[in-house]
Design a protein around this ligand. Sequence first.
Ligand SMILES: *Cc1c(COP(=O)(O)O)cnc(C)c1O
Length: 303
Amino acid sequence: MTIEKSSTLKPRPASDHAYVFGKLTTDHILEVDWDEKSGWAKPAIKPYRPFQMDPANSTLHYALECFEGLKAYPSHDNKTMGLFRPGENMQRMRNSFAALAFPDFDAAELQKCITKLVQVDADWMPWRPKHSLYIRPTGISMEDSLGVRPASKVKLFCILSPVGPYYPKGFVPVSVYCYTDYVRAWYKGSGNKKIGSNYGPTINPARTVSKKGYDQILWLLQDYVTEVGVMNCFVYWYNTKGEKELITCPLDGTILPGVTRDSILQIARSWGEFKVTEERFTIHDLVKASKENRVSQSFLIFL
Ligand SMILES: *Cc1c(COP(=O)(O)O)cnc(C)c1O
């Protein structure tokens, strides 16, 4: 890989800066270009700068775009930092690439490149409780053509953003609205991929429920509880057999296979203290359980 360090560094946020998710970006960007003829070019870390894009670029017209989201966290002694299960995000990005007819890549190599980028911009880590460095790998088409066809040029890039807690108020309940005028994902669709086209159309429904005074949309699919906003969700209840159970929607192609979701399932199963289930349940099951005082907790996960 090549590394070109920026000669004009951005001003650093003050030590008490109130980070708003995704507002600040660091000094460098990782870029790896692919084209049909020559394949993947050498990865490059460069000074952060805007892209030049042809107005006919097919990302802009057909959402030929995918992304990932993960974090570098400070260690307990604030001396080092570590990425949380990055290999999972690399694999998931390969799946998104495949869904967009983008070329495959070596997950381990991308992870190495991203680790290098984090090292180059390590001094952007806020080193404050509940703060971290958000990592946003992204894939876009660089085909300058209005044709609806596989991209002959692709850019894989990664940017970093120092972030604070997503919910600054801390561990407080969120109100959710079962919005049924819009369906987030359907069977055999692409709801299990982190591709831009899954997110743009949810912004207006989210605004509608926000105007009604709710924090998030609870996405139902034929009355089945799937996700909340961009979060996987869990219910910890006494099921109808009276067993203690942690339940979440299965990976049926309609929900995003969250790394956090998987981590929670693995940890809960390792405890062996209660039943851990990946099965469909409806909003009616949940309301009934709630009325019968069988729901202990329900939670959404967002790292
Ligand atoms: C990214 C995302 C999640 C969470 O995934 P993690 O890997 O746990 O960060 C859940 N749902 C949706 C719709 C997402 O886009």
